[in-house]
Design a protein around this ligand. Structure first.
Ligand SMILES: C[S@@+](CC[C@H](N)C(=O)[O-])C[C@H]1O[C@@H](n2cnc3c(N)ncnc32)[C@H](O)[C@@H]1O
Length: 364
């Protein structure tokens, strides 16, 4: 190539690069910055991390477990299967918080969660000499926060192997291994002696129970006399109308997507606690304050906007056909990511589920 042509080509390439740099920078910034506490580039991280996953096998066992749960009332195998894959994924896309909190106006999602940890610790009333049990603890984020804020010793109980390994690692990293630990067990039948704990709490976990009386009786057994049980749960509200097809669809999808029995109303919790001999104490919807936006707005300003994009699923289906994505990736993506996110938002907007009710009871 003559030298003047070469110089021209080099200059042209430099010019185009200079022009594209701001656009690339803008896109990079959009993808990597956090929107409502969620990093949108995490969608690419999900695809990369799970590119060799057997989604077909996972979805088959997921559906078989739901069916088994519906027939037997035992959702534990389904929970184990679900969280074997989803624990890391939820953390990757939404951070360490696997529950909704009131989204306080003027502060970020992460800050709203931090504030919730203090609120929860206050309702629990834990002190530094208390032995606390957290049931259904996931990676134990809440237990570690309660331990840090109150100085209490916290034992986390959960089912999935990945959560126990990951949770204990996080406890060690936080330097809390002298007073915190996560153990494996089913909250319907825990491995603890009678009257072992001063306080017991569960965040977004009793929704997995198909028999609340069994769990509440077990919680009453492991609590010391005078001890407190706190539940912070996602529940159907009085506005939920089982004869309304739209209501049934959203609420039903939330349950099946995450391998749960139908969501409970608050009244079922009150009645199970009463049968277990627990006495009602404070009950409050901490989201029903003028300073808070609804709990589901953590999705509407962030990941929800991406997941409702009508081009995304056809794009993934095509990529799957071209074998750029593993088989059944789009089935998994649609049913375990898009559905629960979208259904939580739609049900939340209709007011048929509530995500911010704190309920507490005392053992006489
Ligand atoms: C939605 S996650 C909530 C995790 C954590 N509490 C949080 O809010 O960040 C539900 C948790 O309950 C656990 N779980 C479900 N059924 C359980 C059972 N029968 N016994 C113990 N843990 C259970 C799951 O393994 C998972 O860790």
């Amino acid at each position: 190539m003559p030298r003047c042509h070469l110089r021209h080509a080099v200059l042209q390439t430099c010019g185009v690069t200079l022009l594209l740099l701001p656009i690339a920078g803008y896109l990079w910034q959009k993808l990597t910055s956090k929107v409502a506490g969620q990093n949108l580039s995490s969608l690419f991280a999900v695809i990369w991390k799970y590119r060799r996953t057997d989604f077909r096998g996972f979805m088959q066992s997921h559906r078989a477990a739901i069916q088994k749960g519906k027939e037997s009332g035992d959702y534990v195998p389904g929970v184990m299967n679900y969280y074997s894959l989803m624990s890391d994924l939820i953390t990757l896309t939404s951070g360490p918080f696997w529950h909704f909190v009131p989204m306080i106006k003027g502060i970020s999602r992460d800050e709203s969660h931090m504030r919730f940890h203090h609120t929860l610790s206050q309702y629990l009333g834990a002190g530094k000499d208390d032995k606390v049990l957290e049931i259904g603890c996931g990676y134990g984020e809440m237990g570690r926060q309660v331990a840090k804020i109150s100085g209490a010793s916290v034992t986390g109980l959960t089912m999935a192997d990945a959560e126990i390994v990951g949770g204990n690692l996080r406890i060690k990293e936080a330097g809390l291994d002298d007073r915190c630990a996560i153990v494996q067990g089913d909250y319907n039948k825990t491995p603890f002696q009678d009257s072992s704990f001063d306080k017991v709490f569960g965040v977004y976990t009793l929704k997995y129970s198909s028999n609340l009386e069994v769990v509440f009786t077990e919680m009453a057994r492991v609590l010391k006399p005078g001890g407190k049980f706190l539940s912070y749960e996602i529940l159907v509200t009085d506005k939920y109308d089982a004869s309304n097809a739209e209501h049934r669809e959203y609420v039903g999808n939330i349950s099946t997507c995450t391998c749960m029995p139908p969501l409970w109303p608050a009244e079922a919790m009150r009645s199970a606690a009463k049968k277990a001999g627990l006495v009602p104490a404070v009950e409050e919807d901490i989201g029903a304050v003028p300073t808070a936006r609804p709990w589901y707005t953590c999705f509407t300003n962030g990941i929800y906007q991406v997941l409702v994009c009508p081009l995304l699923l056809p794009f993934f289906r095509t990529a799957e056909t071209l074998r750029l994505l593993p088989p059944a990736f789009s089935d998994w993506f649609e049913n375990l990511l898009v559905h629960p996110t979208v259904d939580f938002v739609r049900a939340g907007r209709l007011g048929i589920i509530s995500g911010t009710l704190v309920m507490t009871w005392r053992k006489p």
